[in-house]
Design a protein around this ligand. Sequence first.
Ligand SMILES: [Ca+2]
Ligand SMILES: [Ca+2]
Length: 91
Amino acid sequence: MQFELAQINQITMSELSQEEIAEIKDHFDFFDKDNSGLIDIDEFTQLLKILAPEASQANAIRGFATIDVDHNEQIDFDEFLDWWKMNWTVF
Ligand SMILES: [Ca+2]
Ligand SMILES: [Ca+2]
């Protein structure tokens, strides 16, 4: 079962279906509390508390900087999608 799961993850990483993208967009919209279409550091800190309760504020700041590839201090959906495909592994 472990092996099958790993295979599924690999497929997900290379190619997402429309359904998967829609599902990730739902997560993105959920965390985008002010519906700005972007996730800022405050929203990201809230997100991290749910996904990784043990993460510290320093983790949140470092993680945010890693995900925010273009350094505009906002996470857009493309950046979020790339991060999600890596299974949130940036910390
Ligand atoms: Ca927002
Ligand atoms: Ca950005």
